[in-house]
Design a protein around this ligand. Structure first.
Ligand code: GLU
Length: 494
């Protein structure tokens, strides 16, 4: 077990290049949990030096996504902090300084190779079926000579001078020690010819300057860990604890989600993008719970976790490095659990915008009244429209056939409605307990089943074959409207 005696300083370092997906949400969440649990600091760092892939809206989406999930950060853009700026695009000079320091100490070199030369090298290596790597042309150029060429205006990049012999051992908290032979490692570019540092250098410099204690990130960075460790060691900096999270696989467990599968999931009301999940009516509590359990578990049976529970129970020792298949059925399940856990008022506030978007004008009072009966059945917030729209309609409409229960004819159904109408008209109180006994009595005397009789009544009152519990719904709709709708139904059957 890892003793966490020190407050952790952790960072979520997204590149704003596209939609915020589950992988980012989980990385952010685990970092956040470790920070909160240890009384530490959660930093948001925007890694935006790749101008070609930069998408301005993506940044906005990240901020909104984090906010929606309830993951707040302590230092970062918009918040400040003593280790800023927290946008890599504002830190160019810092990276240049450290890159020069590596050249000075012999751990990096200026490289003047032209793109044409590099392309030729690549072709030759491909032809020889070698793994692609820099051929070392500029590795040994004396530093003074290189500087003279730079002053003369030659274009250059800065590359890391990877040792040619020996091996590098790195440690991943979940996977233990990993050793690679240095000869398979490349002289990676650290600074491009436009003067901008690449991720490998920028992130290591920032992690050092921002005093990061734990690097929790996606497993796609595991292959870069030897290079990252070489950079850190070249500077003689303290090594943070590295944790590379499991990869996400598509629901079948075979491979990653493709573009097509992502689009198909959306047709089913599911998505791997945070923004979509919000629009599809998922509650952030459900998404957080679901995401937390894709790569971490507390024990073999506890599944319900609020964000606060997670802060208390999360442990980096219980992270699982095995790939996790995305299971949308589980998402629906957790969403249902968390919807049922909301207070009536909270649920009312959350479903209201979905009804409004669908054109209804629901009052919060009515929504609070129906919240208890909605809760039991709502898979997602947007289902409120189909399930409970009838509460807010002046007129309901449905085909007359829907009123005809299985095994009955039109006249029988109409008669039943007339008898129900009589029973309800005489009631002074319109509550479930008052309505139910006379109607059950009617069912018994009718020779038909409760399913048949109440099915007809349900359609008459709600216009739907499926609805929240019938008597509770009638109570909310009120005697006048209910009787009016029954009257309309009787007419419809004429
Ligand atoms: N900017 C990198 C990404 O978005 C961050 C990787 C890291 O956390 O070191 O994947």
């Amino acid at each position: 077990m890892t003793e966490l005696t020190q407050p952790a300083r952790v960072r979520f370092a997204p590149s704003p290049t596209g939609h915020m997906h589950l992988g980012s949400a989980r990385t952010a969440l685990y970092n956040y949990l470790l920070a909160r649990q240890t009384g530490g600091t959660f930093i948001l760092r925007i890694e935006d030096t790749d101008t070609k892939r930069y998408v301005p809206e993506a940044e906005e989406e990240l901020f909104n996504g984090l906010k929606w999930l309830g993951i707040d950060y302590d230092e970062g853009p918009g918040k400040g902090g003593q280790y800023g700026p927290y946008r890599q695009s504002e830190r160019k000079e810092i990276y240049t300084k450290y890159a020069e320091q590596l050249v000075e100490s012999g751990h990096a070199f200026y490289c003047f190779c032209s793109p044409e030369h590099l392309a030729k090298v690549r072709e030759a290596q491909q032809a020889n079926k070698e793994s692609l790597h820099y051929d070392g042309t500029c590795r040994e150029i004396p530093i003074e000579e290189a500087r003279t060429r730079i002053v003369a205006g030659e274009r250059y990049v800065i590359r890391f001078k990877m040792p040619k012999t020996g091996s590098t051992t790195v440690h991943d908290h979940l996977r233990g020690d990993i050793t690679v032979e240095n000869k398979v490692l490349d002289d990676s570019v650290l600074v491009k010819s436009d003067g901008w540092a690449l991720y490998h250098l920028a992130a290591m410099v920032d992690d050092y300057l921002m005093k990061i204690t734990h690097v929790i990130r996606g497993s796609e960075w595991l292959p870069s860990l030897p290079l990252h460790m070489q950079i850190i060691r070249a500077f003689g900096w303290p090594e943070p604890i590295f944790i590379h999270l499991s990869v996400f696989l598509k629901p079948s467990g075979k491979g990653k989600m493709s573009k097509r599968e992502t689009a198909d999931a959306m047709k089913d009301g599911h998505s791997i993008f945070v923004k979509d999940l919000e629009e599809l009516g998922y509650v952030p509590e459900g998404v957080v719970n679901w995401t937390a359990l894709m790569g971490w578990s507390y024990d073999d049976h506890t599944e319900f976790f609020s964000l606060q529970d997670l802060v208390e129970k999360f442990s980096i020792d219980h992270l699982n490095p095995s790939p996790a298949a995305i299971n949308f059925t589980k998402l629906d399940y957790f969403n249902g659990l968390h919807i049922r856990n909301l207070s009536d008022e909270d649920l009312a506030i959350r479903v209201k915008p979905f009804l409004e978007t669908a054109g209804y004008k629901p009052s919060i009072e009515t929504l609070i009244k129906i919240a208890p009966i909605l809760k039991e059945r709502l898979p997602t917030l947007d289902d409120v429209v189909d399930m409970a729209g009838f509460f807010f309609k002046n007129e309901i409409s449905y085909p007359a056939e829907d009123l005809i229960a299985k095994g009955l004819d039109k006249a029988q159904c109409q008669q039943l409605l007339v008898r129900i109408q009589k029973k309800l008209t005489v009631l002074n109180f319109f509550q479930k307990d008052v309505m139910e006994p006379p109607l059950r009595e009617l069912v018994e005397g009718s020779g038909f089943s409760a399913g048949q009789v109440f099915g007809i009544l349900r359609v008459a009152v709600t216009g739907q074959k499926v609805s929240p519990p019938l008597f509770e719904s009638m109570e909310v709709i009120g005697k006048d409207v209910v009787l009016n709708r029954i009257h309309q139904a009787i007419k419809l059957l004429e």
